[in-house]
Design a protein around this ligand. Sequence first.
Ligand code: BTN
Length: 231
Amino acid sequence: MIDRIIRFRRVSSTQDTAKRYIQERCELAVTALFQNNGRGRQGRTWYSPRGGLYVSLLLFPKKRLTSIPLLASLSIIRTLEEFGFSKLLVHWPNDVLLNNHKVCGIVCERYRDAVICGIGLNVNIERFGQRLTNATSLKLQSGKDFSIEEILESLISQFNDLYNELQARGLKIKEVLNYISDLGEPVEVVTAKGVTKGTVCNIDDDWALLLRDESGIIKKFYYGDVRRLSW
Ligand code: BTN
């Protein structure tokens, strides 16, 4: 359970800053106003100017490690609903889409006996570079500015509720299934091992994607990039 938030103005990446607190053996959040080297999944960079929420949660989960990304996605969805947003979807494994545009990215890294769950939410950002054609922010979608601090507080509170539930009883995937963007859709999953085409048939309780491939075999993916083949 996160009961401490450590705030910085500028860091290289909150993921790396969070690692420095591992000796303290308590679960906490590290946040910054900017990041010089924000990191995304699979070696990508994360655009991190002022106006975004950048937070890394240092966690020592006793069980159900693979559900942490799911839990983070659901916490973001509940938080954004609290702030009046709808049309929210999770693009497996852990992008949150608002009106079909990416508003939030989540990356989970193992570090010794900890998991560092990094969340980047585009709050008041008004412009994205040309490469980020599918990115959006809360401001671009609503025309309004938001308090990053209020969003952070709500996020931590939603996360703590779900995290306690997860550790005590396990998490029901059901709530998230309502928000999965590609269920039943033809997609390709790109991993380091190659590209697999198929139809998304389900998400497991451990947050793995189940894909029925072109020969009807069900394949299980714990990581990868999912691309929709038809919209
Ligand atoms: C992705 O979509 O690829 C994941 C992006 C995760 C970005 C967040 S911002 C806070 C934390 N610090 C980082 O350097 N990365 C994560």
